[in-house]
Design a protein around this ligand. Sequence first.
Ligand code: NAD
Length: 475
Amino acid sequence: MEVSVLEPQMLSDLARANDWNAATLVAGLRTYFRSGSTTELSWRRKQLSQLRKMISENEAHFVQALQDDLRKAPQESYLTEISFLYNDINHTLKSLKKWVRPRKVQSPMMTQPAKSYVQPEPLGVVLIIGAWNYPLQLLLSPLVPAIAAGNCAVVKPSELSPATSRLIAELLPRYLDNDAFACVEGGVAETTALLEQRWDHIMYTGGGRVGKIIMSAAAKYLTPVTLELGGKSPCIVADDANLEVAARRIAWGKFTNAGQTCIAPDYVLCSRQTADRFTPMLQRVLWEMYGEHPRESADYGRIINSQHTLRLSDYLGDGEVVFGGEVDVDDCYMAPTIMRNVNLSAGVMQEEIFGPILPIIELDDFSKAEEFVNEREKPLALYVFTQDEALADRILSRCSSGNACVNDCMMFMLAQDLPFGGVGASGMGSYHGEHGFRTFSHYKAVMRRRNILDIDIRYAPFNDRKMKFLRLLSK
Ligand code: NAD
């Protein structure tokens, strides 16, 4: 595939060309929003189609940018970023007419004659802050429902994935309505300037530390927030699980994008006997997937930068490395790694790993698995591998998590009608499909009355007759 790489300097100049003063930018978008243009369904459809066109016409450039940022394999980029967005946009275009429709509700007797309905309306001007691990999908997937709901938006890609950030900043103005959308590149300074503005909603994807900064900035204007955060997602493997299948699916969930996935299984929780059977199966799957030298595999990614590679390499001392463990900081490389006998109070089990290290935690008493999970922060995802439906039901009902999957990892992401979001420390609010449309809409309660029939019981002077009638109506 011939990829004509866009000149980085040219791109950053273009991105800077919408030279921005945060306050002026937001004021301009707000003026446009108030013009009412974004409420037109045809406008929303056009913007969504343009977004799809932007991706399809530049697929090769996106694949290249994702390679540059994370050494993602083209097929992986297609599966987890590009096709994900196509499905998202197509589903939204197909469903939009239904989502925007007012929903009728009953009007009680005392209000008759009346029509009551719930009318979704756009929030206004929204800010979307993306993360670096899926730098395309995590920035544009929230933009899809923001457009669908009729908002103006500013997107802020992560500075840690500069190639994708630059490409989006360069392309977005070429395809979308520039009066309604803008992309601001940058790091802390730019995000801080944006956060000082008044927004109608902020959606942030990233770690909890910055999540708190976002929430306190939003509090100034009582701006609602959606926080898509992370955490340690447990993967419980019961003794009766089909371990062959589990090994493949867990290895895929963990080592895709070199473990830098917010819903990657963070650690495996199982009995000692299962750990002994499961470890060699995982090793075999990893050999099959990435060969004996994963570093040479075109299908195995890299850590986002050397700082994160160093952070990850520190975890290797927190237990016994039974597979992998090779690190090359200069190449941002860490081999797919399995650890056992890890120290539960050390970094590897106290922090979200967010890299290609899979600790296997062996429980003397497997029935303590739920307790193990519940003693920790509520995770973004919870995985259970078992053939026992009752066991799966019990774990799902006792352990809270943002999302859950039985006998697989991460696949719930493909179901457009499932909400995606965290709970507790793993986030608040959700999106995907109609849930995203709801996030970026206000559901306005409307009652329309007519001027005939004006039951007098609510008006003074009050008397027994009115009271009796009132009681009758409230029965
Ligand atoms: P981060 O939180 O450092 O950065 C995310 C965004 O915040 C970037 O756009 C960055 O520019 C901005 N930012 C950074 N510092 C800031 C500051 N001081 N003030 C204002 N803005 C600032 O990203 P990270 O923590 O490295 O991302 C990894 C985390 O994100 C992991 O915990 C992962 O689980 C989580 N994550 C969650 C999801 C999800 O959908 N729930 C997806 C991807 C990643």
